[in-house]
Design a protein around this ligand. Structure first.
Ligand code: FES
Length: 152
């Protein structure tokens, strides 16, 4: 089922992270299912337990289905001091979900993460691969509306 991805890589263990990223990024529910772990393990000759260890170590990977757009909000001190908690509360209210949950329409999953490396623009969030900084409540309303309207 994942042969189209696997065939792009030599069967070497150091390709594990790249393969997992590609599987997650191309999965419509933004996660790495059990059958993918099995197939990748057979391909690279790595035990599934080891792959699950990698998946839990890196917070960007998920073994549970997620929304089309994964919002990852930075909770590290510089963002926190600039009011990230208020903005997360606003996001939760707008989307009607708690942290770690996915909206019923499957459009958004809300997660928190550690520093995204752009503290000068705190508070910061990432949606899929895009970073948004200097956030305030008005700005996130506009961003979420753009995603809902298919403008992003
Ligand atoms: S602390 Fe939030 S981006 Fe660095």
């Amino acid at each position: 089922m994942y042969e189209n991805i696997l065939k792009k890589y030599p069967p070497e263990k150091e390709n594990l992270i790249y393969i997992l990223h590609e599987i997650q990024d191309t999965h419509p529910q933004n996660y790495i299912p059990e059958d993918a772990v099995r197939e990748v393990g057979e391909f690279l000759k790595i035990a599934p337990n080891h792959i699950y260890g990698v998946l839990t170590f890196y917070s960007m990977f998920s073994t549970k289905p997620r929304g089309k757009n994964v919002i990852r909000f930075c909770q590290s001190p510089p963002c926190f001091l600039k009011g990230s908690d208020k903005i997360v509360a606003k996001l939760r209210e707008m989307l009607g979900i708690k942290l770690g949950e996915t909206t019923k329409d499957g459009l958004f999953t809300l997660e928190v993460c550690e520093c995204l490396g752009v503290c000068g623009n705190a508070p910061v969030m990432m949606i899929n691969e895009d970073i948004y900084g200097d956030l305030n409540e008005d700005k996130i309303v506009k961003i979420i509306e753009d995603y809902k309207g298919g403008l992003k």
